[in-house]
Design a protein around this ligand. Structure first.
Ligand code: SF4
Length: 255
């Protein structure tokens, strides 16, 4: 089976998301390639084309603040479809956009005017907020769903394939800086397995250290870049959730 096609524009959906209900997507990334600080084996957009932390080298390929404002406003004015969330996601890591903080400001203004009932969210890989402007943008969102897939650097390197300069410890420290986050974790087996006992133990220790409001765990439900990955069965996911809840006292939901 093929991985998903990249988003062809700025606004997409709304999609009926397991975790966010009806969610209208905002893609801040280029539309002809995937740009990301990670190259996750499970990515449903396939392999990362531009694997970097240096978004400035691709400046002309990003949408401008005005383009995003107009695209969101136009969709909200001309559609009556009810939405629960407006979510930054799409062809890579949304917080890599060089003007991310202003994008959040503009999306908030447009949302307040045309869809005040909706919440503003992000699905992020937690790598970009040593930049204070990114941190500022993230702090204005209603919901921050941040990725932490592993308990060890070894598995992080194999599963998420970070670009150079992105260290596992700095991802953890980034997550610790933000209040009221939700952690998202995908569990997989096969060529990489992050369900092993020691891996899960260390992941739980990091959850306790970071202190999110909630943890969301799930497994593959779409074709992934790497074909040698396998789904984890639901019973095992529930066992991991119960174990993490018992140690941390944090709500861990299985999706
Ligand atoms: S962080 Fe997200 S977009 Fe980037 S490679 Fe991983 S799954 Fe794909």
């Amino acid at each position: 089976m093929q991985t998903l096609k990249l988003k062809e524009g700025i606004i997409y959906g709304p999609v009926n998301s397991r975790r966010l209900g009806f969610s209208l997507g905002i893609n801040l990334m280029p539309t002809t390639y995937k740009l990301c600080t990670f190259n996750c084996l499970y990515c449903h957009y396939g392999w990362t084309n531009i694997h970097t932390g240096d978004a400035m080298a691709h400046l002309s390929d990003f949408p401008s603040v005005t383009q995003v404002k107009e695209a969101l406003e136009s969709w909200l004015v001309s559609n009556r479809t009810p939405i629960d969330y407006i979510t930054f996601s799409g062809n890579g890591e949304p917080s890599m956009h060089p003007d991310f903080d202003n994008m959040v400001e503009v999306a908030l203004q447009v949302k307040e005017k045309h869809a005040p009932y909706a919440k503003l969210a992000i699905l992020s890989n937690s790598t970009c907020f040593d930049n204070l402007k990114v941190l500022s943008g993230l702090s204005k969102l209603d919901i921050r769903i941040m990725k932490l897939d592993c308990g060890t650097e070894k598995t992080f390197l194999k599963l998420n394939h970070p670009c150079k300069n992105v260290r596992f410890e700095s991802v953890v420290e980034n997550l610790k800086k933000l209040d009221h986050i939700k952690i998202q974790t995908i569990f997989v087996e096969g060529v990489v397995d992050n369900t092993e006992d020691e891996e899960v133990k260390q992941w739980i220790d990091y959850l306790r250290y970071i202190g999110p409001d909630e943890v969301q765990i799930y497994t593959l439900d779409r074709p992934s870049a790497e074909k040698g990955l396998a789904k984890v069965d639901k019973e095992k996911l529930h066992q991991i959730a119960q174990r993490a809840e018992k140690v941390t006292g944090i709500s861990v939901k299985v999706f």
